[in-house]
Write a protein that binds this ligand. Sequence first.
Ligand code: ADP
Length: 307
Amino acid sequence: MTRIVAIGECMVEMAPLAEAGTYRMGFAGDTLNTAWYLAKLLKDRAQVDYFTAVGTDAVSDQMLAYLDRETIGTASILRRADRTPGLYMIQLQDGERSFSYWRSQSAARTLAQSGQDIDTALRGADIAYVSGITLAILPDADRVTLLGALEQFRSAGGAVVFDPNLRPKLWPDASTMTDAIMQAARLSDIVLPSHEDEATWFGDATPLDTAERYAHAGAQTVVVKNGPGEIVMLHGGRTSRHHPEPVTDAVDTTAAGDSFNAGFLASRIIGTSLDQAVERAARLAARVVSHRGALVIEAVSAGDLIN
Ligand code: ADP
């Protein structure tokens, strides 16, 4: 059975309820969202594990219990007595969502202090899934440790899947961000970027430019998302283009890219062709943007994506 290990930060999410000043606590984060969709799509056809660091507090316990309930493996998650999980709050003002974060001292920022912990988490895995946010939250030395562990994982036959997920606010400056992103891309098999961000920070004129830059860095497969626009895939020198179904009722694009990545990977894991995997990924993401929230069970429960 395929085993996937997603590496990154799961945060506490406080989402507003109808009554002013009241919130519902949930758990989310880019790599966690992808892990959640992978677990829901693949069910018993794969083992999906999450690797991060959390605290020893009650909220951390609740987070792990939540992951367990959602059938995401927690066995290798590190516990830090002197840290707690990061948190974000969503504010609704005139129908617009804004986000406030408390994550600068989160436990997840310590996830790559020891290369041995990462090796242990990746032992026996087939796929490691990381994002640019995973890299961004780490101290420089720990980022080197993580990239070294991924390189070793890959040379032992594992596949590395990477979503650059550019978040300049999490980085000291743009060149540190773009350098680290390209370093990770050089040891990735599959890169899943979003063109809009890449155009801003790498100056790519078209989605094909984005695809070619990552392919030149060494990725065998690059799938470039572009909101409602054309998706461009470059695999082994062959380019294909796909048009997402138009969504007339897009209400919340949170986790569009994260769910797309899960749809694509899950499809590949069960042996779907590359082109069909892109089509299914886009169908899943289209359903996700038609609902509020990051983790949309209605988007996967139809059961028609993976069969
Ligand atoms: P990210 O969330 O990483 O910024 P994108 O916004 O590029 O990612 O969206 C990822 C995928 O979600 C797209 O490739 C597309 O398949 C789907 N998607 C996003 N927005 C829309 C939309 N308005 N209509 C249809 N599909 C969408």
